[in-house]
Design a protein around this ligand. Sequence first.
Ligand SMILES: [Zn+2]
Length: 393
Amino acid sequence: MSANLTPAQQAAALVDTLGPEALAKAQDYTTGNHWILFLGVGVSFLVAFIVVRLRLLDRITARMEGRKPWLSTLAVSAAFFLISAVISLPWVVYTDWYRQRAYDLSQQDPFDFLGQLAISEVISAAVGGLFLTGVYALIRRTGQRWWIWSGGLATVTTLLMLLAGPSLIEPLFNEYKPVPPGEVRTALEEIADEVDIPHDRIFMYDGSRQSERFTANVSGIGPTARIAISDIALKQASVAEVRAVTGHEAGHYKLGHIWRYVVIMPLMAMAFFFLLNRLFAPTARLLGSDARLDEPRGLPVFAVVGSVLGLLATPITNTLTRVGETEADRYSLETVNEPDALATALVKTAEYRYPRPSAIEEALFYTHPSVEKRALRAMEWKAAHTKDEPASP
Ligand SMILES: [Zn+2]
C-alpha cells in the first residue's frame, strides 16, 4: 500500500478492492438481516398465536395431571420448544439455509442442515426445558422476588453452558482435530503461549461444513478453554492473516470479555423477568390466552414478551460487543503487530456485513464495528508504529 496515502484512504482502498458488485451484494444481504430481526418477532407472535388458539400446551398440561409439578412443567416446556421449532421450520430454513446458499455464504446440503438443526433443537428443548422448570419452581416458591432468583438461575445456566460447550456440544456439530505441524501451527502455538492455553488445546475444525466464513475462535472457560480455527482459514488465508485473526480472538480471551457477559447476563435476565411480571397479563389478553404467569401453559406469552424485549435490547447488547471487538483488534495489533494482515483478513469478512453502514445502522444493528472503521484503526496503528523486522519464530 502506497505510503503517501492517509490511513483513511488506505482503509477505503482496501474496501474498494471488493469491487462494486460484491459491495452491493453485501449491502443487500446486510439490510435483509435487519429485516429478519423484525420479522423474527412477527414469527414468534405467529407461533404463540397458533399454540394458544389450538390449546396445544393446555392439552399436554391436562395429560400430565396428577404428576409431580416439576415433571409436568418440564414436559410442557420441552414440548413448547419442539412445537415452536416445527412451526417456525420454514422460516428457519429460509433464513439460515436458503439465504446463506443464495448469497454464496454456505455450501451445506439441505439434509446435513436439517440434521444439525434437529440436534440443536433437541439440545435447546432439553436445556431450555430444565431452565424453565427451575424458573417456574422459583415463581411458585419465592413469591414477589422470583425475578431476582431467576436472574441468578440464568447465570448458573450460562456458566454451565460455557463449561460444557467446547467439550460436549460443539463436537456434535463439527469435528475438532489437532492443527497439523507447519508454520500455521507454530504461529498458533506462539499466541497460545501468550494467553496461557496449552498446546494440546489448539484445534482445527471443519467450519467449511456450515459456512465459507474465514474464522477462528477462543472459547470455553478455565480448563475447557481452547483455540479453534476453521479449515477455511487454512485454505484461504496467509499465515500473517491467521496470526492477526487468532490474535484478535486471543484478545477476547485474555481481556476476559466472557466475564463481562457473566456479570451483565444476570442483570439483563433480572430486568427481563421484572418486566415480564408486568407485561404478562396484557400480552396474554392480546394473544387470547387465559393462562397465569405461574402456569407453564402460558409459555407462548412468555416467549412473545421475550422476543419483543430481546429486539429492544439489541442496540444495547450490540454496543457492548462492539466495544469488545475494538479492544480485541487493539490486542491483536499490540501483540502480533500485523496491521496489513488484520485489515485484509477483515475485508474478507465484509460479504457478511456491509463494510460501509451509516452511523445509525451501525449503532443499532452491528455486533462488530464496520470493517472500514476497523481497517482504518489498523492503518492508523501502522502509521503510528513502524513495523520491526519480521519476527523470527
Ligand atoms: Zn471478535
